[in-house]
Design a protein around this ligand. Structure first.
Ligand code: FAD
Length: 398
């Protein structure tokens, strides 16, 4: 296996870097660099810039408006975008729902929904989890009962990320309560503006209403919004999850975070010397860097296998666990580096539209909220405990 980049791949990296330099608006770059909150309009602007260049849908076929990048190109793009402090494009429509529609949806569904994801008409969210159905996802209880040309949906979803901005939700619903758990589930697309849909925010520990509860009360959904076959939704749900987990590895994010951390640790002093020279802090920073380098190599191995057409399997769980632990450690170190400066909670500074000044150095205001927010990484997309079980069984054969 050759892990060196080819000449074409290096040329692609230069092209991406140049485009980011010319196109990413300074204000947006600064928001991301300082860990400020992105508004819906920021995400929409980023999507539209990528779409204008034809780079919004890296893994879609060209026939549907994608750029058909191979895994190596996608990896290079993500690395460069993170280093340039570009926002992350939202995965729900682009890299979660779309692969399912491409693999299992009807041509009508592809023609109807894919262009709307590209041009920003639709904002999708994910309706998998329910109270009582997270790790044990097949325990979903939300019911969908066929009534003529419609399904009537009743139940509740929870932890719905950014559902407050969404106009569509893809849901796992129970269509056969008498079948075995996994065999009575269907995959349904629901317009959030349908009467009977209620969204209620949940505020997370960093003070942000990033997730929501979504309630369905006799919601009538046209039967044409069923993806694939009735009661076969579990297969599609699992297919979507391997895409979700590989995306969470976030090598590019951690690389950018490490760069920031090194920059901060070189400037902040402890006992009259740069923090970077404190033996305890330096050792933790070095360990995080070693872990990141090891994971980046594993990631390249997975990417290289994927470029040859092999689908990521249980490796996606490995990348999910390692990737999220590293990101948590880096945000923890950044918060420590800020010391007391990280204590004041400054929602005004974090709110991108405000001109408020940070009370401490540049990265201080976001250090604690980012640290708290990143605790979520080891829970969502399937908790790390459960991923470890998958690894012990599928990779280690225990
Ligand atoms: C910030 C955030 C955003 C999210 N966004 C979305 C979203 O947009 N859409 C969506 O559908 N879901 C979303 N989720 C839900 C997420 O996927 C679930 O929280 C996750 O799958 C864990 O399920 P649970 O919360 O029900 O915990 P539980 O399954 O109740 O687990 C509780 C604890 O028990 C452990 N545990 C459970 N079973 C086992 C086992 N078999 N072996 C070992 N340990 C076990 C878990 O690891 C965990 O520590 C989000 C969650 C968070 C925190």
């Amino acid at each position: 296996m050759d892990l060196n980049y080819t000449r074409e791949e290096q040329a692609f990296r230069t092209e991406v870097r140049q485009w980011l330099k010319e196109t990413l608006p300074h204000e947006l770059r600064e928001k991301v660099r300082l860990g400020k909150r992105l508004a819906k309009a920021d995400v929409e602007l980023w999507h539209s810039l990528l779409n204008a260049r034809g780079w919004l849908a890296p893994n879609w076929p060209r026939a549907y408006g994608g750029c058909e990048w191979n895994a190596v190109q996608r990896h290079i793009f993500e690395e460069e975008a993170c280093l340039a402090h570009a926002p992350r494009s939202l995965p729900f429509g682009l890299s979660m729902l779309a692969p399912v529609l491409l693999a299992f949806g009807s041509e009508e569904q592809r023609q109807r929904f894919l262009p709307r994801i590209l041009n920003g008409q639709d904002w999708w969210c994910q309706g998998y989890s329910e109270p009582g159905a997270g790790s044990d996802l097949a325990a979903v209880k939300t019911r969908a009962v066929r009534d003529g040309g419609h399904y009537v949906v009743n139940g509740q979803k929870t932890w719905t990320t950014l559902g407050q901005h969404a106009n569509w939700i893809f849901c796992l619903v129970r269509t056969d309560p008498d079948a075995k758990k996994q065999e009575g589930i269907s995959f349904l697309l629901i317009d959030m503006n349908t009467p009977g849909v209620t969204v209620r925010p949940i505020v997370l520990i960093d003070g942000e209403p990033e997730v929501n509860e979504v309630f369905f009360d006799n919601v009538r959904v046209p039967a044409e919004n069923l993806v694939g076959e009735e009661n076969k939704g579990w297969t599609y749900a699992k297919y979507l999850l391997t895409h979700e987990r590989t995306n969470i590895a976030g090598v590019g994010f951690s690389t950018a975070l490490l760069t920031t951390l090194k920059h901060v640790a070189a400037r902040v002093t402890s006992g009259g010397r740069p923090l970077a020279e404190n033996p305890h802090f330096a050792a933790r920073m070095a360990q995080a860097e070693i872990d990141l380098m090891a994971m980046a190599t594993t990631n390249l191995r997975v990417v290289s296998a994927a470029a040859k057409g092999q689908a990521p399997g249980a490796e996606s769980s490995m990348l999910k666990v390692k990737g999220t632990v590293i990101r948590q450690e880096l945000t923890s170190l950044l918060r420590r580096a800020m010391g007391p400066d990280a204590l004041p909670f400054q929602p005004d500074f974090l709110d991108g539209g405000s001109n408020a000044e940070a009370l401490g150095p540049d990265h201080a205001a976001a250090a604690a909220p980012s640290y708290f927010n990143m605790r979520k990484l080891s829970i969502f997309g399937g908790s790390n405990e459960v991923q470890r079980t998958i690894i012990t069984k599928a990779i280690l054969g225990l």
